[in-house]
Write a protein that binds this ligand. Structure first.
Ligand code: NAD
Length: 325
């Protein structure tokens, strides 16, 4: 039986990724410090280790498990927080990643290391989407700089130390259990507003596009990237894959489709465009189709309906029970 160690497995994407590996019969270990993750996100059958990825205990875990695969998802994933505190961002997102990579290099060198990078904010605003993996990178936040830095480290560890590394550049991932602070936080925010009967706030003219990809599709791509034979990982982009839909959806369209799924007609409030916000961002996914044999299977309509249903169930379970007697 093969073993995977998922860092950040108590979080949004991590818990879905754990489910995907369990479904394939893998032994699944999760390491998470629960800073944003939750124990209740962990599917039955995983072994949980509560450590910080920056600590020696996380490196020891890598050495003792000798997993076939590490899926490294643990991160400070709030772009605005990275702007407010770039030192903290780098300590988790760069130094924490290096702690794991050093553990692999010295104590588990046959482990494949799959890293969760970003396709949403890596290419910046100076390319014409859909962004292809080899396009110039122009990260505009400490969060995106940290993701690109770790990708450069992955290429270094592959070239110099022969490690088996992969970078997955996720689009804006949405679905059940997502946090409103992540890259696709707008779906969670809109779901909350719809459930409370409040207006939806749209910044700028609402025509800015994002590549919204459903979390189960992302978990499937991650499992494939962990298990396929791949090209040699020598250069920065050789082992990088965009994981999105290839479609740029304007935020106004997202609001429309989600409102239809919720069967509500909310008021839309327009607010000034946020400084530094990218206008267009979506990725080309031909490489993942070719080398991972992966294509997103869930449509925006279906994915948003599933997400809204999950948020509605969660919302209902939090409401105080009204007694009639
Ligand atoms: N959600 C998106 O749209 C999106 C897009 C691109 C990339 N990503 C990346 O995917 C990964 C997972 O994101 P998510 O949306 O599931 O976020 P999330 O916050 O739900 O998951 C991150 C997990 O990491 C854990 N964690 C944070 N710091 C840690 C530390 N120092 N030690 C141990 N555990 C720690 C958290 O407790 C949490 O469970 C992140 O690396 C994120 O940058 C997400």
């Amino acid at each position: 039986m093969s073993t995977v160690l998922i860092t950040g497995g108590a979080g949004f994407i991590g818990s879905h990724t754990a489910e995907r590996f369990l479904a394939e019969g893998w032994t699944v270990h999760v390491v998470d410090n629960l800073v944003t993750g939750k124990r209740e996100n962990l599917p039955a059958g995983v072994t949980f280790h509560q450590h910080d990825i920056r600590d020696a205990a996380a490196a020891e875990l890598v050495a003792s498990l000798q997993p076939e695969v590490i899926v490294h998802l643990a991160a400070q994933m709030d772009v605005r927080k990275s702007v407010a505190d770039p030192v903290f961002d780098a300590s988790t997102n760069i130094v924490g990643s290096l702690n794991l990579l050093e553990a692999v290099r010295h104590r588990s060198p046959r482990t494949r290391f799959v890293f969760s990078s970003t396709g949403g904010v890596l290419y910046g605003d100076h390319t014409v989407p859909p962004n292809v993996e080899t396009f110039p990178k122009d990260p505009e936040s400490p969060y995106a700089i940290a993701k690109l830095s770790v990708e450069l480290y992955l290429a270094y560890y592959a070239r110099v130390h022969g490690l088996d590394t992969v970078a997955l550049r996720y689009g804006n991932v949405y679905g059940p259990r997502q946090d409103p602070h992540g890259e696709a936080g707008v779906v969670a925010i809109f779901c909350g507003r719809l459930l409370e009967g409040r207006p939806l706030t749209v910044f700028g003219d609402g025509q800015q596009t994002r590549d919204y990809v459903y979390v189960a599709d992302v978990a499937d791509a991650t499992w494939r990237a962990a298990t396929r034979t791949l090209p040699a990982p020598a250069l920065l982009d050789a082992r990088a894959f965009n994981i999105g839909t290839g479609v740029g959806t304007p935020v106004l369209r997202l609001a429309e489709v989600l409102s239809a799924a919720a069967d509500r007609a909310p008021q839309i409030e327009f607010a000034p465009k946020r400084p530094g916000e990218q206008q267009e961002s979506y990725v080309d996914v031909a490489k993942a189709a070719r080398l991972l044999d992966w294509r997103p299977a869930v449509t925006l309509e279906d994915g948003l309906a599933r997400s809204y249903a999950a948020f509605a169930a969660q919302h209902a379970s939090r409401q105080p029970l009204t007694r009639t007697s």
